[in-house]
Design a protein around this ligand. Structure first.
Ligand SMILES: Nc1nc2c(ncn2[C@@H]2O[C@H](COP(=O)(O)OP(=O)(O)OP(=O)(O)O)[C@@H](O)[C@H]2O)c(=O)[nH]1
Ligand SMILES: [Mg+2]
Length: 195
């Protein structure tokens, strides 16, 4: 697929049905991939995105309603740019579940857990099943968030090792300080371009 003008490219940016596209622009190529952040209420999904995309953080909790979409380009080697279309999906709990129409067409999922609430880690099992059923095989990474409050964490090293052994690269992150936020997204990005 070849695109000559920037207007054509911005049309493509808004076409969220398109999971994968390579835009040829002179010597440079852009790969576009959709990723979703999933996790229980208040684990820090929106804050992770704010840190990653805008380098900001707010203590204020404004729950996400429905879905919010951002994008961020990541420069890779040899003039290749990975454009991540980042879907911030409203938190779920064991009663509400997630709206699977939002995750359709995802190439990757970043699960977010609140280190202080063990039940938010337990929720990943159900969310993972849901992703497998509606998206199929898909790159997955987990962020155990709020590492700046580690003294209050319920989640243990053994819990994290269990996740890693189950095949999910896992990072201790803080959207507040920025610790490992780039690393978690970069790990997912790496999986996306490998698949
Ligand atoms: N201390 C600390 N607080 C955080 C961190 N990440 C998020 N928070 C706070 O946790 C609260 C919830 O953060 P959000 O990013 O809105 O959580 P969410 O997962 O998007 O929540 P929903 O949209 O309701 O699903 C806010 O008050 C944030 O300031 C973190 O790394 N450290
Ligand atoms: Mg949110």
């Amino acid at each position: 697929m070849r695109f000559q003008s920037t207007s054509q490219i911005s049309i493509l940016k808004n076409d969220f049905q398109l999971d994968y596209a390579v835009l040829q622009m002179g010597q440079n190529s852009i790969i576009t991939k959709k990723i979703c952040l999933l996790g229980n209420f208040s684990v820090g999904k929106t804050s992770m995105i704010a840190r990653f995309v805008r380098h900001t953080f707010s203590e204020k909790y404004l729950t996400t309603v429905g879905v919010k979409i951002d994008s961020k380009p990541i420069e890779l080697a040899d003039g290749l740019t990975l454009k991540l279309i980042v879907w911030d999906i409203a938190g779920s709990d064991k009663y509400s579940g997630i709206d699977t129409t939002y995750i359709t067409g995802s190439a990757g999922i970043l699960f977010v857990v609140d280190g202080m609430r063990k039940e938010t880690l337990d929720a990943i099992v159900g969310l993972r099943r849901c992703v497998n059923e509606s998206v199929g095989d898909c790159a997955m990474v987990c962020a155990i968030n709020k590492s700046d409050l580690k003294i209050k964490w319920e989640i243990t090293r053994a819990d994290i090792d269990g996740l890693i052994e189950s095949g999910i690269p896992t990072f201790k992150t803080s959207a507040k300080t920025g610790e490992n936020v780039e690393a978690a997204f970069a790990s997912l990005a790496k999986l996306l371009i490998e698949t």
